[in-house]
Design a protein. Structure first.
Length: 347
């Protein structure tokens, strides 16, 4: 059953023991982890037909349990890799070290990010905090404010820094989106504080936590492995952040909400997000490719997200991780995506 607790658990946790073994001993374990995250997932997606039917979703408690396990795995891996790649285990500047860095960064960018994204939409305060701290550890804490307060409100409009424009390259988008989302999220938090009569730098402003927490995380890496550890932490965070922005870039590329006569925008619907029905990458990324349903019901657990029927919402021609790779090359990206995007824009 593609939405069962066991399926999500096996898909997301499979590479973890190999990453740990790779950090401590190097060798073949590194390559198994990298192979699974890249070629194996892409190959299964390509050769197993896209799913049209799902089993019953897992229980909410099971979904939350896996999310918390993944939070623990994220922090364990982060500081293990800081220690190992800085020279105490598998050194970064070696063939195995570079492969280990790539595999770990891909895990954090695709699994940890998807999990944190899931948790910041939770109603329970503890779960939301867990998601925030994953983003803070990746030096991207402001996403916990900018995503729900700005992106979900203004997606598909010029007011959303994380909606990619038709013809815009990923590199132009990334420069605009990172700083734009930081500023927009801060402005949204300041507006919330003003409603209760608090100043912009009141202690309840979460940006104080985002900045202070990032400094704390880097301090932990400094204690664990010195300045080399800080460098490894910065590199892993940058790699994971790049994948987060690639996901935003791909999932909203060229899709705009129509402006009404009174200046407002039409409501968000399924046609304003790209989706991918591919099996293993959906499990691997906690159903993040089922993006239209997430925007319709942001609080819905990942196990319950539905894939739209063909023709009801835009579908990516390849799985989301594959499309993210293509997006790194602007000319092939436009060649692949322009016909699909123009068809949905005209429709």
């Amino acid at each position: 059953m593609p939405r069962s607790f066991l399926a999500f658990t096996l898909a997301t946790l499979f590479p973890l023991p190999f990453l740990v073994a790779g950090a401590l001993f190097g060798g073949w374990a590194v390559w198994i982890a990298l192979f699974y995250i890249t070629l194996f997932v892409a190959g299964v997606d390509e050769f197993i037909p896209a799913l049209t039917r799902d089993g019953e979703p897992a229980e909410d408690d099971e979904a939350d349990l896996l999310s918390l396990v993944l939070v623990g795995a994220h922090f364990f891996l982060l500081f293990l890799m800081v220690w190992a790649l800085s020279g105490h285990g598998t050194r970064l500047f070696s063939l195995s070290g570079l492969a280990l860095f790539a595999a770990t960064g891909l895990f954090m960018g695709q699994v940890s990010n998807s999990n944190a994204h899931e948790l910041i939409h939770r109603g329970a305060r503890g779960l939301r905090r867990a998601g925030k701290w994953v983003y803070i550890s990746l030096l991207f804490g402001h996403h916990a404010s900018a995503h729900p307060l700005v992106h979900h409100t203004h997606v598909g409009t010029p007011n959303d820094p994380n909606t990619s424009r038709m013809g815009e390259s990923f590199y132009s988008f990334a420069r605009r989106a990172w700083l734009g989302s930081f500023k927009a999220g801060l402005k949204a938090e300041e507006a919330r504080l003003a409603q209760i009569g608090a100043g912009r730098w009141d202690r309840r402003n979460p940006y104080l936590l985002y900045i202070g927490g990032a400094v704390l995380m880097l301090l932990v890496s400094l204690i664990i492995a010195g300045w080399r550890g800080v460098m490894v932490h910065l590199l892993l965070a940058a790699f994971a952040q790049t994948q987060l922005m690639l996901s935003d870039y791909v999932q909203h590329y060229g899709l705009e909400r129509a402006r009404r006569e009174d200046g407002s925008f039409e409501p968000v619907s399924a046609v304003h997000s790209w989706n991918a029905p591919h099996w293993l990458s959906s499990l691997w990324m906690l159903n993040a490719p089922r993006h239209s349903d997430h925007h319709a019901y942001p609080a819905k657990h990942y196990t319950a997200l539905e894939i739209p029927a063909r023709g009801e919402a835009p579908m990516l021609p390849y799985a989301l991780p594959v499309m993210a790779c293509i997006a790194l090359w602007p000319k092939p990206w436009r060649r692949v995506m322009t016909p699909h995007a123009e068809a949905w824009r005209s429709a």
